[in-house]
Design a protein around this ligand. Sequence first.
Ligand code: GUN
Ligand code: FE
Length: 432
Amino acid sequence: TKATRALRGRLLWFVGDPETMGEAAHAYVEDGLLVIADGMIAAVGEAAALLPTLPAGAEIVDHRPHLIMPGFIDAHLHMPQTQVIASYGAQLMEWLNTYTFVEEQKCGQQGHPEKLARFFLDELLANGTTTAVVYCSVHPQSVEALFLESERRNTRMVAGKVMMDRNAPDALTDTAGSSYADSKALIARWHGRGRQLYAITPRFAITSTPEQLAAAGRLAAEHPDCHVQTHINENQGEIAFTRELFPDAPDYAGVYEQYGLLGPRSLMGHCIHMTKREWRAFAQARAVAVFCPTSNLFLGSGLFDWARARREGVPVAVATDIGGGTSYSMLKTMSEAYKVLQLQGQSLQAFAALHAITRGNAVALKLDHLIGSLEPGHEADVVVLDPAATRAMAHRLETVRDLAEELFVLVTLGDERNVAATYVMGERVAPT
Ligand code: GUN
Ligand code: FE
C-alpha cells in the first residue's frame, strides 16, 4: 500500500460535456484537496473539509494557486515521427515519402525505438499528457520498446504496430500474414498488461492490400476490446489514390466498413473531406473522428468541421498527430483548434477545449471509467498548471475577470511552460 498523498490547489474537472450541459458540466473547487491512495483518487473536495480526514503521515503537496486537472489525453500521434516534426514544404503523400518513410526505417535499428520511447514519454509527461494513442512503426520491436518504457513509468498507453504491405519502401513493409501474426502476438503479450492497451493499426487504405485490411478486420473481430486506429479523408491526393486502389468501394469509409474496421472503438484520424454518406456511416458505427488541428494546418490538409460532426452525431477526439502535427502540447493543440473553427464561423469555449483533452477524449476512447476525471475511483493521473507561467500570460491575467476568461487565456497562450507538475498514478513524474 502506497502512503496517502494529497494535492492542494484549484481543482477543475468535468462531469459532462459543456456543449450539452453548459456550466453544470464542470466542477471547480477554489481551495480544493485531491486525496490519492494506492495510485487512485480516493477523495476530492474542499480542503477545509478533507484535511481533517487525512490519515496520520499523509503527505500534503501544496500547489496553490495552481490549477489541478486530470492528465491530458492525446488520441493520435506517431512515436517514430519525433524526428520528422517540422519537415519543410510538402503535403501528405510527398511528406510521407520524402520524410516519414525514411525516418520510420530507423526503428529497425537496434536501440533506436528504445531511444525514441524514452524521449517520447519524457516529452508527453512534460506537456502534461498522461495517456496517448500511439502509432509505432511497422517493426514489432517499436511497440515492445514503447510498452516496456511505459510499463516502467506506469503510464497508460494505447499503441500498436503499423500494418503496411504496399506503397511504401521494402524496409517498411510487412505482409498480410506477418502483420496479423505480429499484431496477434503483441496483443497476447501486452493488451491489458498493467496499464497498457493495444490498438490494431492498419496505417491507411493506401498502404494495405485488401488481404491485409481483411487480416486487420479479423484481428478486430477476434479482439473486440482492442481499439482500431487508422487515417481517413485527410488530403485530396490521398482520397483520389484510395479511390483508384478500391474502385468497388462506395467511398473511403466504405473501404474500412467492408473490412470490419469501422466500429465503436475505431479512432479515425483527420476526417476532413467527408461525404454525407461517410458521416452517416460513422454515426451508425459509432466510430470516432479524430481532429488533429496542428497537423491539418501544417500539411495544408484542410479544416475539420466539428459542428458538422456534432450535427451528424459522430463522436470526436482531439490529437496532436506528431510529426505531421507541430506541438506536443494539448493546450497548443486546442488553441489551433479554436482558430480552425474560427475560420468556419464556429467557436470553442475554454471549458469545451479543456473538456476535450481530458474527459472528452477519455469518453471517446471508452476509458472514462479509468482516466480523464478527478472523481474518486479514477486513476490519479494529474496535471498541475500555472496559468501565469510566462511573462505575457501573467501580464494578461492582470485584466482577467472570471474563471472562464482565465482558462481561455490558458488555452490560447498555454504550452508546456504552464505545466508545473505531472503525476502518474499519484507519483510525480515531471518536471524531472
Ligand atoms: N496518413 C497515413 N500515414 C500518415 C501519417 O503518418 N501522418 C499523417 N498525418 N497522415 C497519414
Ligand atoms: Fe497520423
